[in-house]
Write a protein that binds this ligand. Structure first.
Ligand SMILES: NC(=O)c1ccc[n+]([C@@H]2O[C@H](COP(=O)([O-])OP(=O)(O)OC[C@H]3O[C@@H](n4cnc5c(N)ncnc54)[C@H](OP(=O)(O)O)[C@@H]3O)[C@@H](O)[C@H]2O)c1
Length: 377
């Protein structure tokens, strides 16, 4: 089974790294071979190189296994610089920052606050109407040694390659099929201009089809347009959002580029296990949207008890749950204090028992807080 573990990004390589070698995997049945080769499995090894275990998820068994001689079984601690290796070969920062319902006149400030707080991954979309503001803020941050985002003092600039920007292709209102996808070429080109700015060099890191609502024919038109954009070098990786297993299987039948990501709603009350399992088996990383359940469950007794046990906020507990499961959470906030505290999730860990209590909250469809296109034709 292809397995994705958070890996250290460049600045963190000076710390001891434990993710080591690749394993060539057998091809799985439903994907064309073209989609498979970058799939990798990482073995966890200790610093002498002895093999410890393979794992798709990060378990933190400190309460169930407190014996200090078993300490070497512990995975390396998570860090804000962690990245997930995508099937395209790119590394995406694991902690993302969401921009849905961020009004354009505050998005720039929020993104700047997030980048200064250490986030390196911003999630926008055509329908959020703030791609321009996201792009402007990222470019300002990367071009300004201090003030806009000086990269931790010392006047160092943060390179554009260190920041990851995801956007999503909307489908046009109307009937299913071609009419629903609008002029896709124009749509994607406009997004690149907004996110990347004018000029030859600009690019979007990840472009997703926002939903499968365009129908089989429309989805194919959309995906082909994204593949063309990739060939032009205007986007680094391609993916989808809100795709159910059936949509993913259909896409795998004709995709020439790897489907790197499926962005879906995931939090303890809506875990979408069938889609997650399919994605894990096929090397598709999960970006978890609405990881805070949009705040609707902040009084849940299990959540508040765990937050109290750890002396952390309910939001920090939910983000940590997502990270420990190996998801790529995209918490959104336009409140500077929350933006900062939502990133302060690396000085504690949820025990496996606490993870289990949160895992037990799944309400499947009833737990959903956002839309559900995953079952559409
Ligand atoms: N692909 C898709 O179809 C899709 C759908 C939904 C979302 N997304 C992506 O996922 C991101 C996150 O999802 P989301 O925006 O639906 O919801 P979310 O991140 O689960 O929750 C955001 C809400 O929680 C509040 N909040 C944030 N941190 C908080 C804290 N520490 N304490 C109390 N309240 C806090 C925010 O308020 P303030 O802003 O007022 O602080 C906002 O109202 C989106 O922004 C978007 O990028 C994608």
């Amino acid at each position: 089974m292809p397995v994705y573990l958070p890996m250290r990004s460049e600045p963190c390589r000076t710390r001891r790294v434990t993710c080591v070698d690749d394993v060539t995997l057998g091809f799985r049945s439903t994907l064309p071979k073209a989609l498979i080769p970058p799939t990798r499995m990482f073995h966890i090894r200790n610093e002498t190189g002895a093999h410890l275990k393979d794992s798709s998820e990060r378990s933190f068994p400190e309460d169930s296994n407190p014996d200090p001689k078993n300490k070497e079984e512990m995975p390396p601690p998570l860090a804000i610089t962690d990245t997930i290796l995508l099937s395209s070969g790119h590394s995406i920062p694991q902690l993302g920052f969401g921009c849905y319902r961020s009004p354009p006149d505050v998005t720039g400030a929020s993104v700047t606050t997030a980048l200064n707080a250490g986030y390196r991954h911003i999630d926008t979309a055509q329908v959020y109407k703030n791609e321009q503001e996201v792009g402007d803020a990222v470019r300002r941050f990367c071009n300004t040694p201090e003030g806009g985002g000086g990269g931790g003092g010392g006047g160092n600039k943060v390179g554009r390659r260190e920041v990851w920007v995801t956007t999503k292709l909307r489908d046009a209102p109307g009937r299913l099929g071609k009419k629903r996808v609008g002029n896709v070429g124009d749509l994607v080109a406009e997004s690149v201009r907004k996110v990347a700015g004018e000029g030859e060099e600009g690019y979007v890191d990840l472009f997703l089809i926002h939903s499968p609502f365009a129908g089989p024919e429309g989805r194919a038109v959309q995906w082909k347009a994204l593949e063309a954009l990739k060939r032009e070098g205007k986007v680094r990786a391609l993916g989808v959002s809100n795709f159910g297993v059936r949509h993913l299987e259909e896409l795998a039948g004709y995709a020439e580029e790897p489907i790197t990501v499926n962005q879906i709603e995931v939090h303890p009350w809506c875990q979408q296990k069938e889609i997650v399992e399919y994605c894990r088996q096929h090397g598709i990383a999960i970006q978890a949207y609405s990881p805070l359940a949009q705040g609707t469950r902040r009084h849940d007794p299990v959540l508040t008890a765990i937050a109290q046990e750890l002396d952390r906020t309910w939001a920090q507990v939910l983000i940590r749950w997502s990270l420990q499961h190996g998801f790529i959470p995209l918490p959104k906030s336009d409140t500077p204090e929350r933006i900062a505290s939502n990133a302060q999730v690396y000085d504690f860990a949820l025990s496996s028992a606490q993870m289990g209590r949160l895992d037990g909250l799944d309400e499947r469809e009833a737990g959903r807080v956002c839309w559900n296109p995953t079952g559409c034709p």
